[in-house]
Design a protein around this ligand. Structure first.
Ligand code: CA
Length: 738
């Protein structure tokens, strides 16, 4: 061991920017026996208590619409700060809080739970599931959590590691807990809000880029015993099918499919339950690996990936399904949140399910039968030539978007036309308000390697957002890929060459856009709230909470919060006062690791906050501006060969780049071009021995050898020198020797 490597990990903690994971534990100052008393009758009558917000989307249909009217178009300019609660974390917050009987329940990083006095923000109790930092290795898109469920005195939450907890709503004490992960040797995490369905609480998981086989589990609400489990893709065909639906699904897979990879289709978000029909609606993610030739070589639709399914909540049997993307190869997860509503279509009142997933189509289903009433693309698409007019089955344009053999430009991009961020349906205007992104991905397979990497990413396919690719050509690609990427006709079938985001108002009956507001930042695609007084609220990366006129999109008011926002706002009232709340801090995908320079997260950090506003409120306190970015420190001498550096770059891309993109100088994980001398000295200790595991940096000795780690280190030193030289040149026009 190098002498310098013996530097104590404790010193390093102070030297490094690191993942914040506060060490506070559960505490229960007192119990409120009547807390959290939501039940079926109360939920069905949600409109009779507009002061409450009873599910992640307020009502059982998850409309994200509130009938409250005190804050309206005329007085919205006077809406200001009421109170805040700080979570002492710096990773993404995506949950929509629940408010019932004066108490706010919400979730944070890795499944922490907070119970707050909804009038003052005073903490009543908090809960930390104490997730091992090693689990973050299995999280594709930050260690987020999208909410709790509250039911008959219990608060349910799924921790990142897949443990499902039932907490006492009055005290936060654990009433029961169960491990929902069937195989910890695979890349399973839970990030979605659990859903109350009949007498069960249901949770799925994430892992569609890892080696997960998707499923949901239903547990008895009272004691946590397993009621049933539903898999979304078939398992190893040498074993019996776990339930009959898998026999149907298996016919759409090559018998020689890569079963050992799990095949994906996880249910990581987007569940909603209709009590009248006793049907739970789930939506599934992409199949794995992305490239169908590597997954199910003979083709097939690959059910039930990228589908909406209706499951009987009592029996666990499927009532209907519709596959939104047959034979997906483009990361078109269908997990976007769904909304149940009653729409008048052709003079008839229809009980519908509305869905606007990544694939760019807005669907209206009859939620009893699964009939597609209508479907229309809300952004340009090039993956399909259109939908069959009778069956609504997409006609895949394979020539345009099948990237087997050569890169293809695919539209929408893999981030999706619309992802996890909640849309809102206003019964007042009859419109759906949704965050939309338009853009293309270049997809290609740079390698044919498909040996399973247990509990690690197995998606194999490379994807590059079109705008980013043109300015930053990737290194270390095979010559045939480089040539294909340089071909001028690669993007000929792409409607727009850049990425752009919008807030859209969509008429779900006429299937047409009513208005659109372009966002300042590509990543302004946060969740949406619609309010009965004709307002639509949405936060953004710059830290503004914006209020739009629901009828025409006009911006009526903007509150500068000093914190980047991706979560959906919600509203409630206590006594005579209407409040509006939102969780602030960015995360999801690479966002919290690389906040854009014009974002509040870049300027002021990514401190987690619950922010609450009211009429006549004051100016919102902002986190202090961060000091200017210090110059890149001079890296140690680079002695490795070019081949070794290239090997390190490839290992880094495979294992490290999800959390360390090294393109922003600020984020919730360190920019490794800017490592200090002490960090360089302790590099192997950190990567292989877990020196920073308590702070959320996983240990890698089960994946990487000492020589792998040295190659990665060489790659980072090389990147560091590049940044250091560039800065030096900018300062003086001279280049220091390396
Ligand atoms: Ca995915």
């Amino acid at each position: 061991m190098k002498t310098s490597a013996r530097i104590a990990a404790g010193l390093l903690l102070a030297l490094l920017l690191a993942v914040a994971c506060d060490s506070r534990t559960t505490h229960s100052p007192g119990t409120t026996p009547s807390a959290g008393q939501i039940d079926r009758a109360r939920l069905l009558a949600a409109n009779s208590e507009p002061q409450s917000w009873l599910t992640a989307g307020r009502d059982f249909g998850k409309s994200h619409y509130s009938p409250l009217t005190q804050i309206n178009k005329d007085n919205v300019r006077s809406v200001g700060f009421a109170w805040e609660y700080q979570t002492h974390t710096n990773r993404g917050l995506q949950a929509t809080p629940i408010v019932v009987d004066g108490v706010m329940y919400t979730s944070g990083v890795a499944g922490r739970v907070y119970a707050l006095d909804a009038a003052t923000g005073k903490e009543l109790w908090s809960f930390d599931p104490q997730v091992d930092g090693q689990v973050s290795r299995k999280a594709c898109c930050d260690i987020v959590n999208r909410g709790v469920a509250v039911w008959r005195g219990k608060v349910y939450v799924a921790a990142l590691d897949g443990r499902l907890f039932a907490l006492d709503a009055g005290s936060g004490a654990i009433l029961w807990q169960t491990d929902t992960v069937i195989d910890h040797a695979r890349g399973y995490t839970s990030t979605g809000a659990p859903e109350i369905a009949g007498s069960n609480i249901v949770i799925g998981n994430a892992g569609g880029e890892y080696d997960a086989r998707g499923y949901i589990s239903a547990y008895n609400l009272d004691d946590g015993s397993l009621s049933w489990r539903f898999f979304t893709v078939p398992g190893d065909p040498r074993k019996p099918f776990e339930h009959p639906e898998l026999e149907l699904a298996a016919r759409t897979w090559d018998p020689a499919s890569r079963w050992e990879l799990g095949l994906g289709a996880p249910v990581w978000d987007g569940m909603v339950y209709d009590p009248a029909l006793d049907l739970l609606y789930i939506a599934t993610g992409n199949a794995l690996p992305w490239s169908q030739g590597k997954r199910s070589p003979a083709g097939g639709d690959n059910l039930f990936a990228c589908s909406v399914l209706a499951i009987n909540a009592t029996t666990g049997r499927m009532a209907w399904y519709y596959q939104e993307v047959p034979a997906d190869q483009w990361d078109y997860d269908s997990n976007a949140p769904m909304i149940l509503a009653d729409l008048t279509i052709g003079g008839q009142k229809r009980a519908v399910l509305m869905h606007a997933p990544k694939n760019g189509f807005f669907y209206v289903f009859d939620r009893k039968t699964g009939e597609v009433i209508s479907a229309k693309n809300f952004v340009p698409v090039n993956w399909t030539k259109g939908l069959d007019p009778k069956t609504f089955k997409p006609i895949i344009d394979r020539e345009a978007v099948d990237y087997a053999g050569t890169p293809k430009a695919v539209y929408p991009w893999g981030g999706g036309a619309h992802g996890w961020a909640p849309m809102a349906y206003s019964t007042q205007t009859g419109l759906v308000y949704l965050p939309v992104t338009e853009g293309a991905n270049i997809l290609f397979d740079a390698t044919d390697r498909i040996e399973r990497r247990p509990a690690l990413t197995n998606s194999v396919t490379s994807s590059i957002a079109l705008g980013a690719f043109r300015s930053m050509p990737p290194a270390n690609l095979p010559a045939r890929i480089k040539t294909a990427l340089a071909a001028p006709d690669l993007t000929r079938n792409v409607p727009h060459k850049g990425l752009r985001s919008y807030l859209d108002a969509w008429d779900p009956v006429r299937q047409q856009r009513v208005w659109r507001v372009e966002m300042a930042n590509l990543f302004d695609r946060g969740g949406v709230l619609a309010v009965g007084s004709g307002l639509v609220a949405q936060g953004n990366m710059a830290g503004l909470l914006n209020f739009h006129d629901a009828t025409n999109g006009a911006l009526l008011h903007s509150i500068d919060t000093g914190s980047s926002i991706v979560a959906a706002p919600m509203t409630y009232s206590i006594g005579t006062e209407q409040y509006l709340a939102v969780m602030a801090s960015v995360g999801g995908g690479p966002l919290s690791f690389n906040p854009p320079p014009d974002s509040a997260a870049f300027k002021r950090g990514n401190l987690g906050r619950v922010l609450v506003f009211k009429l006549g409120g004051g100016e919102t306190p902002k986190p202090a501006l961060l000091p200017p970015v210090a110059p890149t420190p001079q890296p140690p001498p680079l002695s490795a060969s070019a081949d070794e550096i290239a090997r390190g770059a490839s290992l880094f891309a495979q294992n490290c780049s999800r959390c360390h993109a090294n393109v922003s100088t600020r984020g919730s994980t360190p920019d490794l071009r800017r490592m200090s001398a002490a960090t360089h000295a302790a590099f192997e200790q950190i990567v292989l021995k877990g020196a920073l595991r308590p702070r959320g940096m996983p240990q890698w000795d089960d994946v990487l050898s000492e020589s792998d780690t040295q190659a990665i280190h060489a790659h980072l030193i090389s990147l560091g020198w590049e940044a250091f030289r560039q800065e030096s040149e900018q300062r003086s026009g001279t280049s220091p020797a390396r």
